[in-house]
Design a binder for this molecule. Structure first.
Ligand SMILES: *[C@@H]1O[C@H](CO)[C@@H](O)[C@H](O)[C@H]1NC(C)=O
Ligand SMILES: *[C@@H]1O[C@H](CO)[C@@H](O)[C@H](O)[C@H]1NC(C)=O
Ligand SMILES: *[C@@H]1O[C@H](CO)[C@@H](O)[C@H](O)[C@H]1NC(C)=O
Ligand SMILES: *[C@@H]1O[C@H](CO)[C@@H](O)[C@H](O)[C@H]1NC(C)=O
Length: 789
C-alpha cells in the first residue's frame, strides 16, 4: 500500500512539473530514449495499462492523453518504454524512483543453394542432423530484419503440419500485406516503425511498405537462409543452378521488421525482441549491428539477455568491418557472434588484357554480354584529368561520357556501393567494368549482380592493370606516330564447385579482439557468408539499386548478415534434436566441434592476405553441423553465471540491473576471481607486461563440462599450448557415470613476457581438447601480451 501511494504521489507531482514538449521529429534537441522501469515496481491500479502509467510521467494533461507519446512499451525482455524526450524531460525522468535507467537510442544498419551441402547437410543423409530433428518442424526462428516477401517458393507451406500450439504470434497486416500473407511456414509477421518515424517523420509509403513486407531484400534473403524450403531449380541469372534450401527447411519463420530506409532504430529493435520472445520463438536471428558500446547501453545486448533468460538462442552477425581488428560487433557473451567464410563454390571470370595477360576475377553477370573474341578499349578514368579521385572510384556523375563510351572502365572499390559503380559506368556509356580492390580490401572477391558486364579483381591485379594502362600511354607518348590503346575483355566462366581452399575467412568478416570484454573471444565462430544464394523480393532488382528492374526469385549476396542465419537455422535443428539444451549448450556444441582446417587439410586462410588466419578471425572455427549434433560435453551457462560475469567485469549494480533486470549481489559472485572464469567454450586472457620483457605472467581458468553423450565415459585432456606458454590442466581426466553429470577442471597458464615495443601486443593461440575416443571437445586458448605505452 505504501508503494502505491509513493507512486501515486510522484505521478501527480511529475504531471505538474514536467513541461510538455512537442514530439515533433523536427524538434532538434528531442531524442529517443529507452526508459527502464524497475522490474519490481508495481503499476498503480488507477492506470488501466502500463502504457497509461508510463505515459503519466510524460504528460501534463490527463494520463491517458500521454499514451501517444509512448513509442513502445516493453514487458518481456525488458520493463519500460521508449519515448522522445527533451533534455529536461530526460533529467526529470532519471530521478524518479521507479525509473532504473535511460538508454539513448542508437541507429543500426544491416550488416544458398550450395551452403547446406558444403556443411554436410544433405536431405538424403539417413542418420543426419536433418533427419533426427525432423527438420526442426516444431521450432520457430524469429528473424529481426527488413521484413519478408511472403510469396517466395522458399516460404511455401506444403506438407507442413499445423502451426505449433505454443505459438502466440500474429500476422500483422499493413501496406501490401494482408493478414492472409502468413501460412504454416511463415507463421508470424510484425513491423515496428514508431522509433523510426519518431525521428524521421512518417515514412514515404511510395518508397517503402508500412508493413512486414520487405522493400529491401535483406530480410527475405536472411530468412530463407535460416529456414527456406527446398526449391528446385534455383539460380540467379543462370548462376549457381541447383536446389536452394535453408538450414532448417521445416522450421517455422516469424518476420520482425525493424529496418527501414534510413536504418534500424534501437527502440524498434527492442520492441521486436520483446514481441518475439512473447510470441514463442525458439531462435532469434539478427543480421544488424552498430557502434560497440557497453552492454548496459546496448539495446541488442539487453534484448538478447532477456531472450536468453527465456531460453531463446540469439545469433547475431559479427559485422563487415574486416579485415582489420578490433572490428567485431554484437559481442555480448550471451549472444552467439558469427563471422563469415567462403564456400567451395566460385563464379570465376577472366579479365584478358591486350598485352596477352589473363587476370582471374569473379562475376555473376548474366545479361547480354560482351562480344566473344572482341577486345574493348580500356580506360581508368581517374588518370585522365577532371575530378580524378571521384572518377577512379566511379562516383555518381564523375565519368565523362566522351571518355568512357564503348569502353571497359576500371573502377576502384570504396565510398559508393560496388553495384552503384556499375550503374555509373553504364549511364556514361561504358560497356563493361573491372572493379579493383583497394589495399584495404586485399584479395577478397565479392560477386555482385551488376547491371552491366563486370568482374571483381584483387588489389594486386588492380595494380597490374593500372601499370598496363600507364605503360601503354607511355609507349604512345614515346612513339608519337602510332596511337596505342589499352584493351581488355571479360570472359565469364559460370559456376565452379569444389574450389580449394575452402573455407577461407572472408576479407570483410569483422575480427577480434573483443573490444568490450577481451577475455571473451569474439567472433565465436564462422559460417558461410560469401556468394550465398537465397530468396529475393520481386520489387527489388538483384543489384538492389532503384533503376535495376530485373526480377529474380533468388539473389546472391555476401556478408556476415548471410553467415548469421546459417547458425540460426542450425541452432533450430540442434534444439529440435535436444529440446532440453540451453542457448549456451547449443552454442557450446557448435563451438567445440568447429574446425579450423580447410579442404586442403591446412589451417584456414584469410582471404584478405592469403596468409593463415587466426582465432581472432574465426574464433572457435567453422561450424560443423553433423559433429555439433553429438558434442559429448557442453559448457553450459545460466543467467546467474552471466550476472557473475558482469560483477567480475566491475559493472556497477545499477548497470547490471539494466541488463539483467535483477538486483545483483556482486559480493557473492561465483566462482570468485576474474571475468575469464565465465564457463565459456573458449579460453582467453590478456596480460599487461610490466616486467620489461623478463617477467612471468600467470592466470587460471575454471571450467565445468556437462555430459550430454554416453552415460559412462572417460575423457582425457590433450592440448597444444600457445607458443611460449606453459599450460597445465587439472585433473587430466574426467570420468562420467551419468548423463547430465557436471565435472570441473582447472587450466593454469604461465607465459614468459615477450620483447614488444611499447603499445604493441602479441596474440598467441593454441587449444585444449577433451576426448573420450569418440568425441573431441575443443576450446581455443588465446594469450594476448600487451606492452604498456
Ligand atoms: C515519396 O517518394 C516518391 C518517389 O521517390 C517521391 O516522388 C515523392 O516526392 C516522395 N514523397 C514525399 C512526401 O517525400
Ligand atoms: C586467357 O583466358 C582465355 C579465356 O579464358 C583463354 O582462352 C586464353 O588461352 C588465356 N590466355 C592465357 C595467356 O592464359
Ligand atoms: C603475410 O605473411 C607474410 C609472410 O609471413 C608477411 O610478410 C605479411 O606481412 C603477411 N601479410 C599480412 C597482411 O599479414
Ligand atoms: C575489476 O577491478 C579489480 C580491482 O580493481 C581489478 O583487479 C580487475 O582487473 C578488474 N576487472 C576488470 C575485468 O576490469
Amino acid at each position: 500500500m505504501a508503494l502505491f501511494f509513493l507512486f501515486f504521489f510522484f505521478v501527480v507531482s511529475t504531471t505538474i512539473c514536467l513541461p510538455s514538449v512537442s514530439p515533433s521529429p523536427l524538434y532538434p534537441t528531442v531524442k529517443t530514449f529507452i526508459v527502464q522501469v524497475h522490474h519490481d515496481a508495481i503499476k498503480p491500479s488507477v492506470f488501466p495499462t502500463n502504457a497509461h502509467w508510463y505515459a503519466s510521467s510524460l504528460s501534463s494533461s490527463a494520463a491517458a492523453a500521454g499514451t501517444d507519446r509512448i513509442l513502445h512499451t516493453y514487458s518481456t525482455v525488458f520493463h519500460g518504454f521508449s519515448a522522445r524526450l527533451s533534455p529536461s524531460e530526460a533529467d526529470s525522468l532519471r530521478v524518479l524512483p521507479h525509473v532504473a535507467a535511460l538508454i539513448p537510442e542508437q541507429v543500426r544498419h544491416i550488416h544458398t543453394t550450395r551452403s547446406p551441402e558444403f556443411l554436410g547437410l544433405r536431405s538424403s543423409d539417413r542418420a543426419g542432423l536433418l533427419k533426427e530433428s525432423d527438420f526442426g518442424s516444431d521450432l520457430v526462428v524469429g528473424v529481426i530484419d527488413t521484413g519478408i516477401w511472403p510469396e517466395r517458393q522458399s516460404f511455401n507451406d506444403r506438407e507442413l503440419g499445423p502451426v505449433p500450439s505454443k505459438w502466440k504470434g500474429e500476422c500483422v497486416a499493413g501496406d501490401n500485406f494482408p493478414s492472409t500473407s502468413c501460412n504454416r511456414k511463415l507463421i508470424g509477421a510484425r513491423f515496428f516503425c514508431a522509433g523510426y518515424e519518431a525521428t524521421n517523420g512518417r515514412m514515404n509509403q511510395s518508397t517503402e511498405f508500412r508493413s512486414p513486407r520487405d522493400s529491401d531484400g535483406h530480410g527475405t534473403h536472411t530468412a530463407s537462409i535460416a529456414a527456406g524450403r527446398y526449391v528446385f531449380p534455383a539460380s540467379t541469372l543462370g548462376y549457381a543452378h541447383g536446389v536452394a534450401a535453408g538450414m532448417a527447411p521445416k522450421a517455422r519463420l516469424a518476420a520482425y521488421k525493424v529496418c527501414w530506409n534510413s536504418g534500424c532504430y534501437d527502440s524498434d529493435i527492442l520492441a521486436a525482441f520483446d514481441s518475439a520472445v512473447a510470441d514463442g520463438v525458439d531462435v532469434i536471428s539478427l543480421s544488424v549491428g552498430g557502434v560497440v558500446v557497453p552492454y548496459y547501453l546496448d539495446s541488442i545486448a539487453i534484448g538478447a539477455f532477456g531472450a536468453m533468460q527465456s531460453g531463446v538462442f540469439v545469433s547475431a552477425s559479427a559485422g563487415n568491418g574486416g579485415p582489420g581488428g578490433p572490428t567485431v560487433t554484437n559481442v555480448a557473451p550471451w549472444v552467439t557472434t558469427v563471422g563469415a567464410g567462403t564456400i567451395d563454390r566460385d563464379f570465376p571470370a577472366d579479365v584478358m588484357l591486350g598485352n596477352g595477360k589473363n587476370i582471374s576475377g569473379v562475376s555473376i553477370y548474366g545479361g547480354p554480354g560482351l562480344i566473344p573474341g572482341r577486345m574493348y578499349p580500356l580506360v581508368y578514368a581517374g588518370s585522365q584529368g577532371g575530378d580524378g579521385y571521384s572518377a577512379t572510384l566511379c562516383l555518381d556523375a564523375s565519368l565523362d561520357p566522351t571518355l568512357v563510351k564503348g569502353k571497359i572502365v576500371l573502377c576502384d572499390r570504396g565510398i559508393n556501393s560496388r553495384v552503384a559503380k556499375g550503374e555509373v559506368v553504364k549511364k556514361a556509356g561504358g560497356v563493361g567494368m573491372i572493379l579493383a580492390n583497394g589495399v584495404f580490401d586485399g584479395e577478397g572477391l565479392v560477386a555482385d549482380c551488376h547491371v552491366l558486364p563486370a568482374a571483381s579483381i584483387g588489389a594486386i591485379a588492380g595494380n597490374e592493370i593500372r601499370r598496363y594502362i600507364e605503360a601503354t600511354a607511355a609507349a604512345t607518348r614515346k612513339s608519337k606516330s602510332s596511337l596505342r590503346t589499352p584493351t581488355a575483355t571479360i570472359v565469364f566462366k559460370g559456376t565452379h564447385v569444389g574450389i580449394r581452399p575452402a573455407p577461407v575467412v572472408a576479407s570483410f568478416s569483422a575480427r577480434g579482439p573483443n573490444p568490450v570484454s577481451p577475455e571473451i573471444l569474439k567472433p565465436d565462430l564462422i559460417a558461410p557468408g560469401v556468394n550465398i544464394l537465397a530468396a529475393w523480393p520481386d520489387n527489388v532488382g538483384p543489384s538492389g539499386i532503384p533503376s535495376d528492374r530485373r526480377k529474380t526469385e533468388f539473389n546472391i549476396l555476401s556478408g556476415t548478415s548471410m553467415a548469421c542465419p546459417h547458425v540460426s537455422g542450425l541452432a533450430a535443428l540442434l534444439k529440435a534434436a535436444h529440446p532440453e539444451w540451453s542457448p549456451a549448450a547449443i552454442r557450446s556444441a557448435l563451438m567445440t566441434t568447429a574446425y579450423s582446417i580447410d579442404n586442403r587439410g591446412e589451417t584456414m586462410l584469410d582471404e584478405s592476405s592469403g596468409n593463415t588466419s587466426t582465432v581472432m578471425d574465426y574464433g572457435a572455427g567453422h561450424v560443423h553441423p553433423q559433429l555439433a549434433m553429438d558434442p559429448g560435453l557442453v559448457y553450459d551457462l545460466t543467467t546467474y553465471d552471466y550476472v557473475d560475469f558482469l560483477c567480475n567485469s566491475n559493472y556497477t549494480a545499477s548497470n547490471i540491473r539494466v541488463v539483467a533486470r535483477k538486483n545483483a549481489d556482486c559480493r557473492g559472485a561465483r566462482p570468485a576471481g576474474h571475468s575469464g572464469n565465465l564457463n565459456y567454450p573458449s579460453l582467453a586472457v590478456t596480460f599487461q607486461q610490466y616486467g620489461g620483457g623478463m617477467g612471468k605472467l600467470s592466470a587460471h581458468f575454471i571450467r565445468t563440462v556437462t555430459n550430454v553423450g554416453e552415460a559412462e565415459a572417460v575423457y582425457r585432456v590433450s592440448m597444444r599450448p600457445p607458443p611460449g606458454v606453459e599450460v597445465a590442466v587439472e585433473p587430466e581426466s574426467l570420468a562420467f557415470r551419468r548423463v547430465g553429470q557436471r565435472l570441473s577442471f582447472l587450466v593454469r597458464v604461465q607465459s614468459h613476457e615477450a620483447k614488444l615495443s611499447p603499445g604493441s601486443s602479441a596474440v598467441r593461440s593454441g587449444w585444449v581438447t577433451w576426448s573420450d575416443g569418440k568425441h573431441a571437445v575443443t576450446s581455443p586458448l588465446v594469450v594476448t601480451l600487451q606492452q604498456p605505452l
